[in-house]
Design a protein. Structure first.
Lengths: 627, 586
C-alpha cells in the first residue's frame, strides 16, 4: 500500500480507515519494515538470538545424561555405545575423578550444573528479547502518536477518532503479541532442530518414522484452525454485539423505562446471547477434540519407539539408552507444531494490525508550511484582511466565494448567518487549519501563507463551542504548559472572566484534577474556563464560536460579562448566536452562502432592512417584539 | 472465599449432572493415562532383557491411548459447556436486574462499572468453571494415580520426592500473586495510555489551535514509557517463573537419577521403572505448577461472584404493585399534594412541600435556576424517582396505584438529555411502539420540525444515528427526542428543557404545533427562556425546591418577582447590577 501522493483531500480514500483489513499471509515486507524499529536495539536482539541457541543446546543435554550416561554407561555398563553422548560421558568421568565420588553422584552433579546454566541462560534470553521488543515498539508507538498529533483538520474531519485511536492502542498491542509469539516459536523450534539432529544421529529409521507424525499433526492442526477461525470470529463478534447492546441499553435506560421496552429489549439481548452461546459451544466441541488429539500423539509415539527401538537394540544398532532418549525427546519433536497452531491466529491478526499501523504512518496529509517563514514582530497590531478568498473542502463544492473585508486593530466583529453559510470555515482558514490558494488573508499586511502555522496560531486565541479539557489540574488547563503563565497570572485571568468564583469553591481550588471531557464541570463553567485559558495566553486576536445552547440566565450573565473582559482592546471575531453579543460588537458581518452579504453596525444593518433585518426578526423575535 | 463462590450454587446446580459426569470422566481418563508409563517400563525392561515379545506393551499403550482420547474429549466438553451455559444465564440475569434499576442505582454505580461486571466478572466465573474445575480435577486425580503408581513401584524413592513438592506449590502461589499485581499494573497503564490517546485525538483541534503538539508529544512519551516499564516488570516476573518452576521439578529429576539409579544398581528396581518414575513425577508436578494460577482463579472468581450478586440481589428500584383502582385510560388531571423529596444520601431536600393542581388540557411552564428542583418534580410524575405515596395523583388516583407500564405510556416524559439509540431514525422515533404507521412518524417529525432534516439524509428514516452512523447536532437530537414524545399523543406530555438547543424560530413552530395538537391534553414543560413560557396557561417559578411564583405571564410580570426580573434581563440584556439581583457572585 503506497502512500497517497499530493495534498488534495478529495483524492484520498479515507474509507480505508474504516475498512476491516485482514492479514491473510505472512507479509515479509511488513516484518522487515517492523524490524526497522528494532534496529537501535539490534545488539540486545542479537544477544538474545545467541542465547536461545545456547539454551536449546543445554536443554537437549539433560535427557542425554539420563539415557546415555546413567542408563547406558553406568547402569547397563555399555562402554562407548553407538549413540552420540555429546561429551557427557567424559564430563561425568572427569567429575568422578575430581570429586572422588560414585559416577551416579557425578551424573547428578552434572545434571544440576547444566540445568542451572540452562535456567540462567533462558532467563537472559527471554529478558533480552523482551527488552529489545518493548523498546522498539515503544518507539513505534511514539512515532505513530507524533504522526497523528500533527495531521491536519482535514484528516480528522473524515475519519472516526475511535478507529484512529485503536491503531495506537490495540494494533501496537497486537504487535507485542506477534513478537512474543515469534519468541515462543523460536524457543520451540531451536530445540526441535537440535533434538532432531541428535535423533538422526542415533537412529535414522526410527526418527523418520516418528517424523511421519508431523504431517499428520500439521494436517489436523490446519483443519482445526480452518474450522475454528470463522467460529472464533463469530464468537468475538457476538460478544462485542452483546456488550454494545448492554452499554447502549444502560446509557438510555431512562428512555427504555419511559417507553416500557424492558421486556422487548431483554428479548433482543437473549437472541444475541443465544447466538453467542451456540458459537461458544461449537468451538468448545472442536477445541476439546483437538486438545485430546495432540495429547494422544505423544503417547502413541511412545508405543512406536518401544516397538521399533526394541528391534534395533536386539540387532545392536541402538542401545537401551537410545530408546529412552527417544522417549524423552518426543515432546520436543511434537510441541512446535502445536505451538505453531496456537500462534497462527495471533500472527494473522498481528499482520493486519501491522498493515493498519503503517497505513496510518504513511498518511502524509499535512498543512503546507512556507519554505522561509516570515518572523512576526513581538506584538501585532491586529489588523486582519481577507482578499478575494475562495475556498471549498472538496473541489466540486465551493463554500466561500470571493470573501473580502478588513477588521481594524482592536475591533470587535460579529459574524452572523444561517447554518452552512461558511462562518466556521472563515475562522478555520484564519488559523490556517486548511490549505488555501485562491485568494489571500493578511495579518498586519503579512500574507498568512508566509507565516508558519505554529507562529500564527500563537497569535490567535480560539474558543470553540466544545471546550476541550486536558487531564490535569485546573491550573494546568489554564496555563497549558506555558512557563510564563504563573499561578498568579492564571488566577488573575480566571478572576477577570468570572471563573475564580466556582474554582475557589472547589475543595482543591486550582489544584482540582479535571476528568476526561471535564464531566465534573457544568457547560457554563467550561465556557468560563475556556475564556480564562485564552485570556492568560493573551493572543492579539480572539476568535470565538459562541455556544448555541441556552443556559440558565445567571450563568449567561457571567459569560456575557466575561466576554466583555476578553474582547477589551483585542481584535475579536465572534460567530455570534446571542443578541447581546451582536449588539456589543463594533460591526456585524452577514455571511450568506459563503458570500459577504452585508457589513456594518447593528443599527445600520437594521435600518437597511436587508438579510440581517430578516435574520434578526426571526431569530430574536421575542426581543424585537418586546422592544 | 468459599462463601462467595457458594452464591453461584443456583446458577451452577442446573448443570450439576453434566459437571459430575465430566469430573468422573476425567478420573477415568487419568487412570488410563497412568497406565502408559507402566507399559513403557515393561517394554524397556523386556528390551533390556533381550526379550522381543513387545506386543503386550505396545498394544497396551495403543489401547489405553484410544480409550483416553474418547473419554477425555467428552469430559472436557462436558465441563467447558457447563461454564458457557452458566455464563449465558448470568448475563441474562444481570441484564434483567439492571433494567429494573433507576437513577438512584446509577448515581452509585457507573455504566462502565456495570460493563466490567458483565464482561470481565462473568468471564472470570466462566473460566473458573471451564478451566478451574478441570485444573482442580486434574490435580487431584494426577496426584492420586501418580503417587499411587510410584508408591507401588518404589515406596522409598516416592517418599524422597515428597519434600520438594510443597515448595513447588508455595512458589507457584507466591509467583502468581506477584503476577496478579504486575498484570493489574500493566492493565492500568494500558488504560492510561488509551485514555491519553482518546483525549488527544478528540481534542486535536484545540491542541493544534493552541499549538500544544510538542507539549502533548512530551506528555505522551511519559505515558508510553510508564506502560513499557510496567510491561517489562511483568515480563520479568513471568520469565523468572518459567525459570524457577522447572527447577523444582529438576530437583526431583536429580533425586530419581541418584537414588533411583542406586536402586537399579542394587537390583531393587529396573531401568524401565526408573524411566516410568520420570513420567509419573512429570504427571504430578505439572498440575502443581499451575496450582498458584488455579488458586488465583478461585480467588478472582470469588470476588467476581460477590460483585455480580451485589447487583443481582438488589430489589427493583421502583416497586410495581398496582392496586387495581386505577382507571384504564388517563384523562390528564394532575395533582401534587405537599410533595417533599430528598435524594438518598443527601441532607438538603430537593423538593419541599410542593403543591400544584393541573387540569386536563392546560399548558404549564416551569422555570427556575439550576438545582431548583424542576427535573426532580417532573420525574416524580412518572415515578422515575421513588415517589412517596399520597403525594402525586393523576385523575385523582395515587400514581403508585397505577401499573408502571400504564403510567409511563400515558404520561409521556421527554428527558432533558436527548438520548438516541444507535439504530435507524425510524426505530428511534417509534421506540415505545415499533408498529407505528409511517404517516404517524412523518407527522410527528413535521411537528418537531425534523421533517426536512430527515429528508436531507440519503437514507431518510433508515438513517442510522449515533456513533456508528450519522452524528446529529445537538438541536437535531433534541428535535428527534421531541418527535419521539409527540408521536405518543399521550394524555399528559412532560418536556424537560427540550428547547435549549433549538433556535427561537423552531421553538415557535413547535410550540404552535403543541397548541394545535394538544388542545385537550395536558402539557408540562420546563424551560430557561421567557419566550417559551410566556404563552403557557400558567407559569410556575421554582426556587430551592419550592414553588415561589405561579400565574400567567402578565400576572407574574406585573407582580415584579423573579420572573419579571428574568423577563427584563432576557429582553434588555444585563448590566453589572443584575449580578446582585440574582444573587450571583462572580
Amino acid at each position: 500500500m503506497s502512500a497517497p501522493a499530493g495534498s488534495t483531500t478529495s483524492r484520498r480514500d479515507y474509507s480505508m480507515f474504516d475498512a476491516e483489513l485482514s492479514g491473510a499471509v505472512l507479509n515479509m515486507r511488513l516484518l522487515r519494515r517492523l524490524l526497522g524499529w528494532m534496529r537501535p536495539y539490534r545488539i540486545t536482539f542479537g544477544t538474545s538470538a545467541v542465547l536461545v541457541l545456547l539454551a536449546s543446546f543445554l536443554q537437549v543435554l539433560l535427557p542425554v545424561i539420563l539415557s546415555i550416561v546413567v542408563i547406558d554407561h553406568i547402569l547397563m555398563g555399555t562402554t562407548r555405545s553407538v549413540t552420540p553422548d555429546l561429551g557427557m560421558v567424559d564430563a561425568t568421568e572427569w567429575i568422578t575423578g575430581m570429586l572422588g565420588v560414585h559416577p551416579l553422584v557425578a551424573a547428578c552433579v552434572l545434571y544440576g550444573l547444566i540445568y542451572l546454566v540452562f535456567a540462567v541462560v533462558s532467563h537472559a534470553h527471554r529478558m533480552t528479547l523482551v527488552s529489545s521488543v518493548i523498546n522498539g515498539l515503544r518507539d513505534l508507538r511514539q512515532d505513530l502518536f507524533n504522526h497523528l498529533e500533527t495531521r491536519p483538520s482535514s484528516f480528522y474531519d473524515r475519519v472516526a477518532v475511535g478507529r484512529v485511536m485503536t491503531r495506537v492502542t490495540n494494533d501496537v498491542e497486537a504487535l507485542y503479541e506477534l513478537l512474543r509469539g515469534i519468541g515462543t516459536l523460536i524457543g520451540e523450534f531451536v530445540p526441535f532442530f537440535v533434538a532432531l539432529a541428535i535423533m538422526l544421529a542415533v537412529d535414522v529409521g526410527l526418527t523418520l518414522l516418528l517424523l511421519l507424525a508431523l504431517p499428520l499433526m500439521g494436517f489436523v492442526t490446519y483443519f482445526f484452525r480452518q474450522a475454528t477461525r470463522q467460529l472464533f470470529r463469530l464468537v468475538r463478534l457476538t460478544v462485542s454485539t452483546l456488550n454494545q447492546n448492554m452499554q447502549e441499553n444502560l446509557s438510555g435506560l431512562a428512555v427504555v423505562q419511559l417507553s416500557d421496552r424492558q421486556r422487548h429489549n431483554l428479548g433482543r439481548y437473549t437472541e444475541i446471547n443465544r447466538e453467542n452461546r451456540s458459537y461458544e459451544l461449537r468451538s468448545a466441541r472442536i477445541e476439546t477434540l483437538y486438545g485430546a488429539f495432540t495429547d494422544s500423539m505423544a503417547h502413541l509415539s511412545l508405543g512406536v519407539i518401544i516397538w521399533y527401538g526394541g528391534g534395533d537394540v536386539v540387532q545392536n544398532t541402538m542401545t537401551l539408552g537410545g530408546v529412552i532418549l527417544f522417549t524423552r525427546f518426543i515432546d520436543m519433536l511434537l510441541q512446535p507444531i502445536v505451538a505453531l497452531g496456537e500462534q497462527t491466529n495471533v500472527l494473522f491478526r498481528a499482520m493486519a494490525s501491522g498493515e493498519r499501523i503503517f497505513q496510518a504512518l504513511d498518511w502524509d496529509e499535512k498543512i503546507h508550511e512556507p519554505p522561509s517563514p516570515v518572523k512576526l514582530p513581538e506584538r501585532l497590531h491586529g489588523e486582519v484582511r481577507f482578499e478575494h478568498l475562495n475556498f471549498g473542502y472538496d473541489e466540486d463544492v465551493q463554500i466561500l466565494h470571493d470573501v473580502t473585508f478588513t477588521i481594524r486593530p482592536g475591533e470587535k466583529l460579529a459574524i452572523v448567518g444561517p447554518t452552512g453559510s461558511g462562518k466556521s470555515t472563515l475562522i478555520r482558514l484564519l488559523g490556517r487549519f486548511y490549505d488555501f490558494d485562491d485568494g489571500q488573508i493578511f495579518l498586519d499586511g503579512i500574507d498568512l501563507n508566509r507565516i508558519h502555522t505554529h507562529d500564527l496560531r500563537r497569535r490567535i486565541g480560539v474558543v470553540l463551542q466544545d471546550f476541550h479539557i486536558f487531564s490535569g489540574t485546573i491550573y494546568d488547563n489554564i496555563a497549558l504548559g506555558n512557563p510564563a503563565i504563573t499561578r498568579e497570572k492564571a488566577e488573575q485571568a480566571a478572576r477577570r472572566v468570572n471563573a475564580h468564583g466556582f474554582i475557589s469553591a472547589l475543595t482543591l481550588g486550582y489544584d482540582t484534577e479535571l476528568s476526561e471531557r471535564g464531566q465534573n464541570l457544568s457547560q457554563g463553567q467550561r465556557q468560563l474556563l475556556a475564556f480564562a485559558r485564552v485570556l492568560a495566553a493573551d493572543p492579539e486576536i480572539l476568535v470565538l464560536d459562541e455556544a448555541t445552547a441556552s443556559i440558565d440566565t445567571e450563568t449567561e450573565l457571567l459569560i456575557q460579562d466575561a466576554l466583555r473582559q476578553l474582547t477589551r482592546g483585542r481584535t475579536s471575531i465572534l460567530i455570534a448566536h446571542r443578541l447581546q453579543t451582536i449588539q456589543e460588537a463594533n460591526r456585524v458581518l452577514v455571511l450568506h452562502d459563503g458570500r459577504v452579504e452585508e457589513l456594518g453596525t447593528h443599527e445600520e444593518l437594521l435600518a437597511a432592512r436587508g438579510l440581517y433585518y430578516t435574520l434578526h426578526s426571526l431569530q430574536f423575535q421575542n426581543s424585537v417584539s418586546a422592544s | 472465599m468459599l462463601k462467595s463462590l457458594f452464591r453461584l450454587k443456583v446458577f451452577v446446580s442446573r448443570y450439576r449432572t453434566r459437571l459430575i459426569l465430566g469430573i468422573l470422566a476425567f478420573g477415568t481418563a487419568r487412570f488410563f493415562e497412568a497406565q502408559v508409563p507402566l507399559f513403557l517400563a515393561t517394554g524397556i525392561d523386556r528390551i533390556a532383557a533381550g526379550n522381543l515379545n513387545l506386543l503386550l506393551p505396545v498394544a497396551g499403550i495403543f489401547a489405553v491411548v484410544v480409550a483416553r482420547f474418547a473419554i477425555v474429549s467428552s469430559a472436557r466438553y462436558l465441563v467447558r459447556s457447563s461454564g458457557i451455559r452458566v455464563a449465558f444465564d448470568l448475563r441474562q440475569a444481570l441484564y434483567d436486574a439492571l433494567q429494573q434499576q433507576g437513577s438512584g442505582f446509577f448515581n452509585r454505580y457507573t455504566i462502565g462499572d456495570m460493563m466490567t461486571r458483565a464482561v470481565a466478572d462473568i468471564a472470570l466465573i466462566q473460566r473458573l468453571i471451564s478451566m478451574g474445575t478441570i485444573l482442580l480435577v486434574i490435580l487431584i486425580f494426577a496426584s492420586l494415580f501418580g503417587f499411587g503408581y510410584m508408591l507401588y513401584l518404589s515406596p522409598s524413592l516416592t517418599l524422597l520426592l515428597l519434600p520438594p513438592l510443597p515448595f513447588v506449590f508455595f512458589y507457584a502461589r507466591w509467583a502468581s500473586g506477584q503476577m496478579g499485581v504486575a498484570s493489574k499494573d500493566v492493565q492500568d497503564r494500558m488504560s492510561d495510555l488509551a485514555a491519553h490517546v482518546q483525549e488527544n485525538l478528540s481534542g486535536i483541534r484545540t491542541i493544534q489551535a493552541m499549538v500544544q503538539e510538542d507539549n502533548e508529544i512530551a506528555r505522551f512519551r511519559e505515558t508510553n514509557q510508564a506502560y513499557s516499564n510496567a510491561f517489562y516488570a511483568q515480563a520479568r516476573i513471568n520469565s523468572l517463573m518459567s525459570a524457577w518452576m522447572p527447577s523444582l521439578a529438576a530437583v526431583c529429576s536429580i533425586i530419581i537419577l541418584g537414588y533411583g539409579g542406586y536402586l537399579v544398581t542394587q537390583g531393587r528396581m529396573t531401568a524401565g521403572e526408573l524411566v516410568a518414575f520420570f513420567f509419573y513425577v512429570n504427571m504430578v508436578v505439572q498440575p502443581f505448577r499451575v496450582a498458584g494460577f488455579m488458586v488465583s482463579l478461585f480467588q478472582r472468581a470469588a470476588v467476581a461472584s460477590d460483585r455480580l450478586f451485589e447487583v443481582l440481589s438488589l430489589p427493583p428500584e421502583i416497586a410495581d404493585h398496582p392496586t387495581g383502582d386505577a382507571p384504564p385510560a388517563i384523562r390528564g388531571d394532575v395533582e401534587i399534594r405537599d410533595l417533599s423529596f430528598t435524594y438518598p444520601g443527601q441532607t438538603r431536600s430537593a423538593l419541599s412541600g410542593v403543591s400544584l393542581t393541573i387540569r386536563q388540557g392546560e399548558r404549564i411552564s416551569i422555570m427556575g435556576r439550576v438545582g431548583a428542583g424542576k427535573s426532580t418534580l417532573l420525574k416524580q410524575l412518572v415515578r422515575l424517582l421513588d415517589t412517596p405515596e399520597g403525594t402525586v395523583f393523576i385523575d385523582g388516583v395515587d400514581v403508585t396505584h397505577y401499573p408502571l407500564s400504564q403510567l409511563r405510556s400515558q404520561v409521556a416524559l421527554v428527558p432533558q438529555d436527548p438520548f438516541l439509540f444507535g439504530e435507524p431514525l425510524k426505530s428511534n422515533l417509534t421506540y415505545d411502539d415499533p408498529n407505528r404507521a409511517l404517516d404517524e412518524i412523518w407527522s410527528a417529525a413535521a411537528s418537531a420540525d425534523l421533517k426536512e432534516t430527515i429528508e436531507d439524509f440519503p437514507e431518510r428514516l433508515d438513517t442510522i444515528v449515533g456513533e456508528r452512523g450519522v452524528t446529529l447536532s445537538g438541536g437535531q437530537k433534541q428535535r428527534a427526542t421531541l418527535a419521539r414524545g409527540l408521536i405518543r399523543h399521550a394524555p399528559v406530555l412532560v418536556l424537560d428543557d427540550c428547547f435549549s438547543s433549538v433556535d427561537t424560530e423552531t421553538e415557535e413552530h413547535i410550540l404552535s404545533e403543541l397548541t394545535r395538537l394538544r388542545a385537550n391534553q395536558t402539557t408540562i414543560l420546563v424551560s430557561h427562556r421567557v419566550s417559551t413560557a410566556r404563552h403557557s396557561d400558567r407559569i410556575v417559578i421554582m426556587d430551592q425546591g419550592r414553588i415561589v411564583e405561579e400565574g400567567t405571564h402578565e400576572d407574574l410580570v406585573a407582580s415584579g418577582g423573579l420572573y419579571a426580573e428574568l423577563e427584563r434581563i432576557q429582553r434588555e440584556g444585563a448590566d453589572e447590577a443584575d449580578f446582585d439581583v440574582l444573587g450571583v457572585t462572580s
